[in-house]
Design a protein around this ligand. Structure first.
Ligand SMILES: NC(=O)c1ccc[n+]([C@@H]2O[C@H](COP(=O)([O-])OP(=O)(O)OC[C@H]3O[C@@H](n4cnc5c(N)ncnc54)[C@H](OP(=O)(O)O)[C@@H]3O)[C@@H](O)[C@H]2O)c1
Length: 325
């Protein structure tokens, strides 16, 4: 990435091999996952302003091919996934054959998961987990509404909320993806482009209302989401794929004492992220579910992979990175 004009300007080029710091390993990247934040960073809409040229990509799986002097606890040749680090943000990222990662930001590939499943999982499940748990315990059999439910964070939120025993309501603009979301644990699905979706949801839930909404979309959908909340209902604000919220009326929060709160997946400590990751793995294993991969593109089709992400995937979009040489 040579400038902050967007992902349209990305180019495939040679870069110097990364050299590990004492606490780092070099991963030979096998699979790297795309996130909307990559595009935001490239468009100068993200807090990080890495030095240019920059390599995007914050998630991935690869093989350890070199180690720093203090990185002896991971063996050469072992495969690892990345758990939230500066790669792809302020440091060169995973859209490359090699990436430097601190050992504290590595996790094992969970038993029974494929490399693509593991490559795109950490960021979205940690985000979804924070969105589900940040308000403290929810009432048993709480109703959880997930917007943008077919995306990376959305699928993770649907699966985790169902695994926690909540009743999940999912929003998707696609009938086919709605069916898939029902197979993944959503009790009901609605199309947010149907002007009556909110009324249909309220009559389906009657006399209950939504206890927690996980919002990946923002824009004009957010006030509609708020109108479905019950007393003390909360909204975990994750994303804003539909942009800023127009004409927001704070009075819509007053009468049912609703609360909105921001989610920041990488805001916790490294130890907290590892604890959360272990909790996530337990929940997924107990529910017998694994990450959903939408599509794996060849590395040199990264622009097409970003197009697929922008169209609305069903799970994670990845690139398969060829080994060097
Ligand atoms: N706060 C954090 O820490 C954090 C962490 C990760 C991600 N995020 C943010 O969370 C958001 C979701 O991320 P993601 O990885 O899940 O994205 P994603 O994989 O691109 O999926 C989002 C889904 O939302 C729907 N969608 C997309 N654009 C839309 C629009 N304009 N209006 C309505 N629906 C739309 C699509 O579903 P349908 O086609 O099925 O409707 C799509 O599948 C992004 O804004 C991302 O930057 C935040």
């Amino acid at each position: 990435m040579d400038d902050y004009k967007g992902i349209g300007g990305l180019r495939l080029a040679d870069a110097p091999d990364p050299i590990p710091q004492p606490d780092e390993v070099i991963l030979e990247v096998h699979y790297a996952a795309l996130n909307p934040a990559d595009a935001y960073l490239a468009e100068n809409q993200y807090p990080a302003k890495p030095r240019l040229p920059h390599i995007l990509g914050r998630d991935g799986v690869g093989k350890v091919v070199a180690r720093g002097s203090a990185a002896a606890d991971v063996g050469l040749g072992e495969r690892r996934a990345i758990l939230l680090c500066e790669a792809g943000i302020n440091q060169p990222g995973t859209f490359a054959q090699r990436v430097a990662v601190p050992t504290q930001n590595l996790v094992e590939i969970p038993a029974g998961w494929s490399e693509p499943e593991a490559a795109g999982a950490t960021l979205v499940y940690l985000t979804a987990y924070q969105a589900l748990t940040m308000w403290g315990p929810l009432p048993p059999s709480a109703v959880v509404l997930v917007t943008g439910a077919s995306g990376g964070v959305g699928v993770a939120a649907v699966q985790l909320a169902a695994a926690m025993g909540y009743k999940v309501v999912a929003l998707s603009r696609s009938a086919e993806k709605s069916r898939r979301l029902e197979q993944l644990g959503a009790a009901a699905t609605f199309n947010p482009e149907d002007p009556k979706w909110g009324l249909a949801l309220k009559s389906a839930l009657e006399p209950r209302r939504v206890d927690l909404a996980i919002d990946n979309i923002g824009g004009k959908l957010l006030p509609q989401v708020i109108s479905t909340l019950g007393d003390l209902g909360r909204v975990s604000l994750v994303g804003r794929l539909a942009g800023p919220v127009p004409n927001f009326n704070t009075a819509t929060l007053f009468f049912r004492r609703n609360r909105l709160g921001g989610v920041a997946a990488n805001a916790g400590t490294n130890a907290e992220s590892h604890v959360a990751w272990q909790e996530i793995l337990k929940l997924l294993a107990r529910a017998g579910v694994r990450p959903q991969v939408d599509k794996v593109f060849p590395f040199d089709q990264l622009p097409q992979a970003f197009e697929r992400l922008a169209q609305g995937p069903m799970g994670k979009v990845l690139v398969a990175v060829k080994p060097a040489g």
